[in-house]
Design a protein around this ligand. Structure first.
Ligand code: PLP
Length: 466
C-alpha cells in the first residue's frame, strides 16, 4: 500500500520548491551558478543499503540541483529555442507521474489514449493540417522527424513494390534523400540513424536566409530516377526562414517524392493568420514535425510527428504481440505511432497546456514573440556597427558586430561581455562563416519590456567596446 503520509509530504516539499523556483525566477542569475564539479559533489551522496523517507530524499534533490538549473523558465532566456514549461502543463505533468500510466495501449491507459486523440484533433486544427492526419506524441522534434522519415522510407519503397517491413534495408532499392544546405543538425542525425548516412545526400543550394533554391531543386530532381524523399524546413535555426513550400512541394510531388517538413518551431506560423504567408503551401507536405516543448510551452519532453497517410504511419510503427490486444470500439493505441511500446502519457500535459492557452492564447503568444524580434531588430539597426544579419520574419535574430561589417572578434567580445554581466542568457553560434549572437525569443514570459532591457544591454556592451 502507498505510504500516504510519506507521499503527501514528499509532494508538498516538491510543490513548495516548485512554486519558490518559479516565484524567484526573475531574480535568479541568467546562467546556472554551479559548475559540474560542484553539482557532482552535491549529487554524489552515498547510496545506502536501506531506502530513505521520501521528503528527505526530495529535500536533498532540491539542494543538489540548486545552482544547476538553466534559466529557460525565465523571460531573459534567449540562448536556444526552448519553451518555458507552462505552469498548467507542469501541474498536469505532476498528475501524469502520480497516475503512473503506461500510455502504450488504450487498454493500459484509456484516459491517456483519449487525451492524445483529442489533443491531436486540436493540434491539426490549429496548425491548419489535414484533419485525417495521424499524430505521434514524441520526445521532441528529433524523434518526430525520425518518425516522418521512417514512414517516408517505407512508403516510397512500397509504392515501387518493395516491402521494407519484411525485407529490410539489405538489398533495398536506393532512395535519394534531398535536403536543403542548411537543414537542422538533428535531421542529419535522423538520416544517419535511418541508415542513409550523410555522404550520398543530394544537397540543395540555399539563399542568404537559408531557404532552399527552387531552381537547384528542379535541376536535381530532373537528374534522379527512383524513389525520393525531400526534407524541407519551416523555421531556420538562425534566421527563422521558411523554404518556399508552395513551389518546392508541387515540384517534388511531380517527381513522386515524399515531402517531409521539419517544423520544430516554425510550423506554428501556420497557426497565426498574419504569419501564414511564411508557411504558404506547407499543408501540401506528406509529413511534418513540430515541437510541443518549444513554442507551445508544454513541459519537456513533448513533440509531434504528423503523417498525412495515417495507415502508412501505423503500418510502419505498430508493434504486434498476442498479449497486445484491442477491440474495435477501443480508442487510439498511442504506441501505434511511435517506435516505443511503454511510454509516458504525454497527452495529458499537451491537453492541459492547450486548454490553458486557448486558441487565441497560442496565436497571441507566437505573434507576440515575432513582434518582439522585429522590435529588437529595429532598435539595434539604428546603432552603427550592430548588424542584423537575417530578415527578421519570425522569432530569431542573428547579430554581428563590427565597424566595417561583421567582425568575429568584436562579436565574440560582446557575447563574453553579456555573459559576464549575467542579466540575459545569451550564446553565440556560427552562421555563414561568421560568429553570431543568436537571439531566440520563445519563452512565454518574454514581453517587449524584456526585449528593451536586452536591447539596452547589447547597445551598452557595443558602445562600451567601440
Ligand atoms: C529546426 C529544428 N529542427 C529540429 C530540432 C530538434 O528538436 P528537439 O530538440 O525537440 O529534438 C530543433 C531544435 O532546436 C530545430 O530548431
Amino acid at each position: 500500500m502507498t505510504d500516504l503520509p510519506d507521499f503527501e509530504q514528499s509532494l508538498m516539499t516538491a510543490l513548495r520548491a516548485a512554486v519558490e523556483f518559479r516565484d524567484d525566477a526573475p531574480a535568479n542569475p541568467a546562467f546556472p551558478a554551479s559548475n559540474a564539479a560542484e553539482l557532482r559533489t552535491r549529487f554524489d551522496i552515498p547510496l545506502e543499503e536501506n531506502g530513505r523517507a521520501g521528503p528527505a530524499v526530495i529535500s536533498d534533490l532540491i539542494h543538489a540541483a540548486e545552482g544547476g538549473l538553466a534559466g529557460n523558465t525565465q523571460p531573459n532566456f534567449y540562448a536556444w529555442v526552448q519553451g518555458s514549461s507552462h505552469p498548467t502543463g507542469v501541474a498536469a505533468d505532476l498528475l501524469t507521474s502520480a497516475w503512473g500510466q503506461n500510455a502504450g495501449l488504450y487498454q493500459t491507459a484509456p484516459a491517456a489514449a483519449i487525451a492524445e486523440e483529442v489533443a491531436s484533433k486540436w493540434l491539426l486544427d490549429l496548425l491548419h493540417l489535414p484533419a485525417t492526419a495521424s499524430v505521434a506524441f514524441t520526445t521532441g522534434a528529433t524523434m518526430a522527424n525520425f518518425i516522418g522519415l521512417a514512414v517516408a522510407r517505407s512508403e516510397v519503397l512500397r509504392r515501387i513494390g518493395y516491402d521494407l517491413e519484411m525485407e529490410g534495408m539489405v538489398g533495398a532499392p536506393q532512395i535519394t534523400i534531398i535536403v536543403g544546405a542548411e537543414a537542422h543538425s538533428t535531421v542529419m542525425a535522423d538520416l544517419r540513424h535511418l541508415g542513409f548516412g550523410t555522404r550520398h545526400l543530394v544537397v540543395i543550394a540555399s539563399d542568404s536566409q537559408g531557404r532552399m533554391s527552387v531552381a537547384d531543386l528542379a535541376d536535381q530532381l530532373a537528374k534522379i530516377n527512383g524513389p525520393v524523399i525531400l526534407v524541407a524546413q519551416a523555421g531556420h535555426i538562425n534566421s527563422g526562414s521558411f523554404d518556399p513550400f508552395d513551389e518546392i512541394i508541387p515540384l517534388a510531388h511531380k517527381h513522386g517524392a515524399w515531402v517531409h517538413v521539419d517544423g520544430a518551431f516554425g510550423l506554428w506560423a501556420n497557426a497565426v493568420e498574419p504569419l501564414r504567408h511564411l508557411s504558404q503551401g506547407v499543408e501540401l507536405a506528406d509529413s511534418w514535425s513540430v515541437d510541443g516543448h518549444k513554442w507551445l510551452q508544454v513541459p519537456y519532453d513533448a513533440g509531434f510527428g504528423i503523417v498525412r497517410d495515417a495507415e502508412a504511419h501505423k503500418r510502419v510503427m505498430s508493434i504486434t504481440a498476442s498479449y497486445l490486444t484491442a477491440s474495435a470500439d477501443d480508442g487510439r493505441s498511442p504506441s501505434a505511432y511511435v517506435p516505443e511500446l511503454s511510454r509516458r502519457a504525454r497527452g495529458f500535459a499537451v491537453w492541459a497546456t492547450l486548454q490553458a492557452l486557448g486558441r487565441q492564447g497560442v496565436r497571441d503568444m507566437v505573434l507576440g514573440h515575432c513582434q518582439c524580434a522585429k522590435h529588437l531588430a529595429a532598435r539595434l539597426n539604428e546603432v552603427p556597427g550592430i548588424h542584423v544579419l537575417n530578415d527578421v520574419v519570425l522569432n530569431q535574430v542573428a547579430l554581428a558586430f563590427g565597424h566595417k561589417g561583421p567582425d568575429d572578434k568584436a562579436t565574440k567580445n560582446i557575447i563574453d561581455h553579456l555573459q559576464a554581466e549575467n542579466l540575459h542568457f545569451v550564446l553565440g553560434a556560427s552562421w555563414h562563416s561568421h560568429v553570431i549572437l543568436r537571439i531566440s525569443i520563445i519563452s512565454m514570459l518574454t514581453k517587449i519590456v524584456d526585449i528593451d532591457s536586452l536591447a539596452d544591454a547589447i547597445i551598452r556592451a557595443w558602445r562600451g567596446q567601440s
